[in-house]
Design a protein around this ligand. Structure first.
Ligand SMILES: Nc1ncnc2c1ncn2[C@@H]1O[C@H](COP(=O)(O)OP(=O)(O)OP(=O)(O)O)[C@@H](O)[C@H]1O
Ligand SMILES: [Mg+2]
Length: 365
């Protein structure tokens, strides 16, 4: 598969004046990534980490301080070579975070806009607008004023407008975040099918981890203007490579420890065996990471003879509908443990906590 988008050494700072002071905001410290044709690559990270700025730099709506952007093998931005192709010539389609449709136009005109700007002949324009509207399941609503649509339908219009020019790269900035939970889930699944069928490269931005897991081939975790780690959803979830990844995703236990020459990790709850680890980690201070659902509880409390088995007491429990989330105290440390909601265990119970060595990972401290 060909690389459709390459971002190299991207940096962007903003200067914000307040009174006589100028504050420098480092929105992107360093970003390097590639997205292949047909791939959905998600930038996932907390508010303010630089996701929108990254998309705007790719689209040509922001001028980066440094770096290069290549789309379909063509350099569209290079600081050192003084290249900056205008946004409409970059071969991208974008759905913006905050506004979606132009209220003074019909559905048809909203979607036709990028084609009109390019001077596409009328017959072809009509054909392509109908094609895009049918892909997002809005056939028949061409003449409706764009404001007379539900939130979900407005996002479909924005999406149709982004794909109508058949871009090489699609940039989607939190396209579902303004919708209510049910519509969001529906549109998320449809969007997933649509992106899979279109074979274009997509950069998908969200701060919602579930959305990132469902949509993505690969996830890039972002914090403070940097990509900290990139991996497929399952690997990113179960084997985070950074402490940030471990703490940002799901409900994890992160225990400080000392990696010993025999490969076990000495922690406050005892020695933990970890099945596989990055070979460059051979000793020293580390974090052992395991998910709350990677822990089994033996409710009889028997704890002898097995690997990674520790006696504990249930201190607190929360009902989350599909599961219980328990706080279990082991040697003064509180571990997070999830249990299916059909299992019931009383607060104060003595239990044995078993941590699967195959589901533990190590992160350098
Ligand atoms: N035009 C601007 N002028 C000054 N600072 C800006 C500007 N745009 C963004 N920033 C700052 O750059 C940083 C990154 O902002 P950005 O909008 O890229 O974050 P984000 O990850 O998209 O956040 P969110 O999830 O809230 O949309 C923030 O600190 C933000 O305040
Ligand atoms: Mg944003």
């Amino acid at each position: 598969m060909c690389v459709a988008l390459r971002v190299q050494g991207l940096r962007k700072t903003f200067r914000v004046k307040s009174g006589r002071l100028v504050q420098v905001v480092e929105a992107i410290r360093e970003m390097d990534f590639e997205v292949r044709e047909g791939e959905v690559f998600t930038l996932l990270g907390p508010s303010g980490c630089g996701k929108t700025t990254t998309l705007r730099c790719i689209a040509g709506l922001e001028d980066p301080d440094e770096g290069e952007v290549e789309i379909g093998g063509v350099t569209v931005f290079s600081k050192t070579r003084s290249i900056s192709v205008s946004p409409e010539k970059r071969g991208i389609g974008m759905v913006f975070q905050n506004y979606s449709v132009w209220p003074h136009m019909s559905v048809f005109e909203n979607v036709a806009y990028p084609l009109r700007a390019k001077g596409v002949p009328k017959d072809e324009l009509v054909r392509r607008v109908r094609w895009a509207l049918s892909l997002v399941k809005l056939d028949g609503l061409e003449d409706r004023p764009a404001t007379r649509l539900s939130g979900g339908q407005q996002q479909r219009v924005a999406l149709a407008r982004a794909i109508v020019s058949e871009p090489k790269v699609l940039l989607l900035d939190e396209p579902l975040s303004n919708l209510d939970a049910k519509v969001r889930e529906e549109l998320r699944d449809e969007l997933r099918h649509l992106l899979r069928s279109m074979n274009i490269a997509t950069v998908y931005v969200t701060h919602d981890q579930l959305e990132a897991f469902v949509m993505s081939d690969r996830i890039g975790l972002m914090s403070e203007g940097e990509l900290l780690e990139v991996g497929d959803p399952v690997q990113t979830y179960f084997r985070p490579r950074t402490k940030f990844g471990a703490e940002f995703l799901g409900s994890a236990n992160v225990l400080e420890g000392e990696l010993l020459p025999d490969g076990t990790v000495d922690t406050r709850i005892g020695k933990i065996v970890v099945e596989s680890r990055d070979p460059t980690l051979d000793h020293g201070k580390v974090y052992v990471v395991f998910r709350s659902e990677s822990v089994d509880l033996d409710l009889t409390g028997t704890c002898s003879g097995t690997t990674n088995a520790f006696a504990g007491t249930v201190r607190e429990k929360k009902f989350l509908g599909d599961r219980w989330e328990l706080s279990v105290e082991v040697s003064g440390v509180i571990l997070r443990v999830s249990l299916p909601s059909r299992v019931n265990v009383a607060t104060g119970s003595r239990v044995c906590v078993r941590i699967d060595p195959a589901l533990c990972s190590l992160v350098r401290k």
